[in-house]
Write a protein that binds this ligand. Structure first.
Ligand code: NAI
Length: 424
């Protein structure tokens, strides 16, 4: 059988397309792992150009601008995995990818440190009223005074959302001499001497600095509105490096203008410009001691480099081994590297009897099943089967025959031979 007729591809023939200028670290990682067919483009693609570029591509890597709609996903004739080299995955139609048997991976942890460091910097800048003083110096004015300028040490920081970023920040803040309070809806172990408050209001009423690190959910929409801002201590500061919908910016602007709050640092907005050509508009513009930044909390060279490796390694794990750990739209299966015999993956509609039918295919071929990893998640099932061929069979023919039968099963969304024994 010629290699073009084979139903399973050796990995150096797997075609990878990376869009939107993904970091060198991803390309290097993929090449080091034996993936040589990597094409990288600087910009995003859309519509027919995107459809065309995806023909014959097995793995695509994107950032936030490429829209992988259901239509695009369905037209991609070879696509088996999607890597979002960023945090968000809203740009991909996740249910459509899922029902096409395509897992989607992202990099939720790579920029945690970058955000936590920015928060520490912003706290010092705001407590010393640096934004307006720096502007004054640029204008030629000399505003030298200690009035309402404060050290960080000994103040209380209230962290709302004690997940990856919140807890990392907790460690930095404590080593800076801050007393740390936190509030989370889930039970979270405190780091160092941090103390959990029972309610959000307990945190707001005791903190000199309130910083938000919650996800965007229906519950966190306007989590910090007029009442919560007024519950904050007079002369305290508010920082939002989480998501724009969490704070009512009109209420915040009023509290800053009437002097209830001393300052604010805001990196994320309910509506953000989609490109550098669009104007940025916010009720906070022009207010003293307010730091406004263009959603760059996680944007550092180090984070970009880590994102490249984090997502590339998840894609390689899936392609080489079949593991789906970290996929945002797929049942999670973790596998060891070394298979015992042939290893097949099978994605199917989660319908009764399908596992029996899969096992029957192997039994009829007199194969010995060495292991089976199954996870289901709602309407989707993902199983990885390892089997050894019976002695005397032609391994290549057997593998292709088994794969054909697996693909022909009613309810199959995708089947792939991950480790052939025929290649040794
Ligand atoms: P995470 O998922 O690790 O932590 C979020 C925490 O918030 C969890 O512990 C969760 O239980 C808690 N939470 C959820 N709803 C809550 C509520 N109503 N009240 C209190 N706590 C609640 O997320 P991670 O990685 O720490 O990210 C936090 C936020 O930072 C996210 O919104 C993320 O999108 C944003 N982010 C912003 C960046 C930027 O560039 N500015 C970069 C990276 C993340």
């Amino acid at each position: 059988m010629s290699s073009s007729q084979r139903l399973s591809l050796p990995k150096h023939k797997i075609r990878i397309l990376l869009l939107e200028g993904i970091h060198d670290s991803a390309v290097n990682y993929l090449k080091n792992q034996g993936y040589l067919e990597v094409k990288r483009l600087k910009g995003a693609l859309e519509g027919d150009a995107l459809k065309e570029a995806l023909q014959g591509v097995h793995i695509v890597g994107i950032r936030s601008r490429t829209q992988l709609t259901a239509d695009i996903i369905q037209s991609a004739n070879r696509l088996m995995a999607i890597g979002c080299f960023c945090i968000g995955t809203n740009q991909v139609d996740l249910p459509a990818a899922r029902m096409a048997g395509i897992p989607v991976f992202n990099a939720p942890f790579s920029n945690t440190r970058s955000v936590a460091e920015l928060v520490m910097g912003e706290i010092v800048m705001l407590l010393r009223r640096i934004p307006s003083r720096s502007e004054a110096c640029h204008r030629g004015d000399w505003e030298k005074s200690a009035s309402n300028a404060w050290e960080v040490r000994g103040k209380t920081i209230g962290i709302v959302g004690y997940g990856s970023i919140g807890s990392q920040l907790s460690v930095l803040a404590e080593s800076f001499g801050l007393r740390v309070l936190y509030y989370d809806i889930a039970p979270r172990l405190p780091h160092g001497n941090a103390i959990a408050t029972e309610t959000l209001n307990d945190l707001l009423s005791q903190s000199d600095i309130v910083t938000l690190h919650v996800p965007e959910t229906p519950d966190t929409r306007n989590l910090i509105g007029e009442a919560e801002i007024r519950a904050m201590k007079p002369n305290s500061i508010l920082l939002n490096n989480a998501r724009g919908t969490v704070v009512d910016l009109e209420a915040l602007a009023r509290a800053l203008r009437d002097g209830h709050l001393m300052g604010a640092a805001i990196d994320v907005f309910p509506v953000e410009p989609k490109s550098a050509q669009e104007r940025f508009v916010s009720p906070l513009q022009g207010i003293e001691n307010v730091l406004l930044t263009p959603h760059i909390g996680g944007s550092t060279m180090e984070a970009q480099e880590r994102i490249g490796v984090e997502v590339a390694s998840k894609l390689v794990e899936y392609s080489d081994v079949g593991s789906t750990i970290g996929a945002v739209n797929f049942p999670q299966v973790q596998l060891s590297e070394g298979p015992r015999g042939m290893r097949f993956m099978h994605v199917h509609s989660n319908q009764p009897g399908i596992i029996k039918q899969i096992n029957d295919i192997f039994a009829a071929a007199e194969c010995n099943l060495t292991s089976q990893f199954l996870q289901t998640d709602g309407e989707l099932g993902y199983v990885v089967v390892e089997a050894t061929p019976n002695q005397g069979s032609n391994a290549t023919e057997l593998e292709q025959d088994l794969l054909r039968k697996l693909r022909a099963l009613d309810g199959t969304l995708r089947a792939r031979l991950i480790h052939p024994v025929s290649q040794g």
